[in-house]
Design a protein around this ligand. Structure first.
Ligand SMILES: *Cc1c(COP(=O)(O)O)cnc(C)c1O
Length: 367
């Protein structure tokens, strides 16, 4: 079978729910699926409330806005992540402060967080990169000590836990994504989770143009139109029913990679902190210095194995070059040596075993 890098796993159940929703006439933002999806999602991660949005980026934007972060504030972010973690910090007018990641877990380094705190710091925005939980105990301790907000970027880590607790429930708010390549998808979508009901009610109001429903079309604040549609939510409901199976498959694929490649001299895997259980959204590795990663990627492509380079450190991009105020040695090393392996749940374990054989073959050809 054809190997898939990150193709979505949608099928009969999604079709059934989508058809029912279209037949019901509730195809826009009004309808029963949205509150149902939010409720089931909050139950799943064990948060008090969840509010759906149109994208993960929108979730992060409204989360920062809700906490009053803006002009003159600094937000601590990892240097190694997807750009959508950090753009919303700029949307609200705040300053991102990039911090290097840990070389083994690829997540923001708590020691370096503490070094980067200034009088202007208002929040920490940790990312559970590729599904791998950050060391949330240390991050929450720092946040308490300096009285900072924590917004978790959980866009890649649905199903991941730290000491048995779901990512997205440690900080003040958690922001999930249901983009097409994420663990579950609604085509495009997002979710904010939190345990402060009053704050969550206010977020629900903000994403609906800050409309005061008791007063018709009255808007006491400037809000956003970030609502999820009832159509997207129907897909979300189907995907939630299948979530345990999808996570099981991710875990199994990761285990097969470990079995087949764990002993290969040139390869090391992204590691979990003690107490962390990754959702393995992606299985990622780094390769030893003497391997040319670009050449390997090209060779693998010829052999029908789609792989992707690890995110480029954000301080490489023109809008963020001026934010390069520290050392980002680990982020660069992971970017330069890293590779994301086919991790779609459409792949079978046999596909992955075959891929591993071809990866080993390609490594030998390079020496
Ligand atoms: C996917 C992703 C986002 C954004 O989610 P969208 O739904 O695509 O807007 C943000 N941060 C990270 C780390 C992501 O991987």
């Amino acid at each position: 079978m054809k190997l898939e890098l990150d193709a979505p796993n949608v099928g009969e159940l999604e079709k059934e729910y989508l058809n029912k929703t279209i037949d019901s006439g509730f195809i826009s933002t009004f309808g029963p699926n949205v509150p149902r999806f939010e409720e089931i999602f909050a139950d799943y991660v064990d948060a008090k409330m969840a509010v759906s949005t149109q994208t993960g980026t929108a979730a992060l934007h409204v989360a920062l806005h809700e906490l009053g972060i803006g002009e003159g504030d600094e937000v601590i972010v990892p240097a190694l992540t997807f750009i959508a973690t950090v753009n919303p910090v700029v949307y609200v007018g705040a300053q991102p402060v990039f911090v290097d990641v840990d070389i083994e877990t690829w997540n923001i380094d708590p020691y370096k967080i503490e070094e980067s705190i200034t009088k202007k710091t208002r929040a920490i925005l940790p990312v559970h990169l590729y599904g791998n939980p950050c060391t949330m105990g240390s991050i929450m301790d720092i946040a308490k000590k300096y009285n900072l907000y924590v917004i978790e970027d959980t866009t890649e880590s649905l199903g991941a836990t730290y000491n048995g607790q779901h990512t997205g429930t440690f900080g003040d708010l958690g922001c999930f994504s249901f983009n097409g390549n994420k663990t579950i998808t609604t085509g495009s979508g997002g979710m904010i989770t939190g345990n402060n009901n009053q704050r969550m009610d206010h977020i629900k109001f903000l994403v609906n143009q800050a409309r005061d429903s008791d007063r018709g079309y009255f808007h006491p604040e400037i809000g956003f139109n970030y609502r999820m549609t009832n159509i997207s939510a129907s897909m979300g409901l189907a995907q939630m029913e299948r979530l345990d199976g999808l996570l099981e498959r991710k875990k199994r694929l990761h285990a097969v990679y470990k079995e087949e490649l764990g002993g290969v001299d040139h390869i090391s895997f992204q590691k979990e902190y003690d107490g962390a259980e990754s959702s393995w959204w992606f299985t990622c590795v780094t390769l030893k210095e003497k391997i040319d990663v670009d050449a390997l990627q090209a060779r693998l492509k010829e052999k029908g194995i789609p792989v992707r380079r690890v995110f480029m450190p954000l301080v490489e991009f023109p809008p963020y070059k001026k934010c390069r105020l520290r050392e980002y040695g680990n982020s660069y090393k992971i970017y330069e040596r890293g590779l994301c392996l086919p991790s779609s749940t459409l792949n079978t374990t046999e596909d992955i075993r075959n891929a591993c054989r071809r990866i080993i073959e390609s490594l030998k050809e390079q020496q």
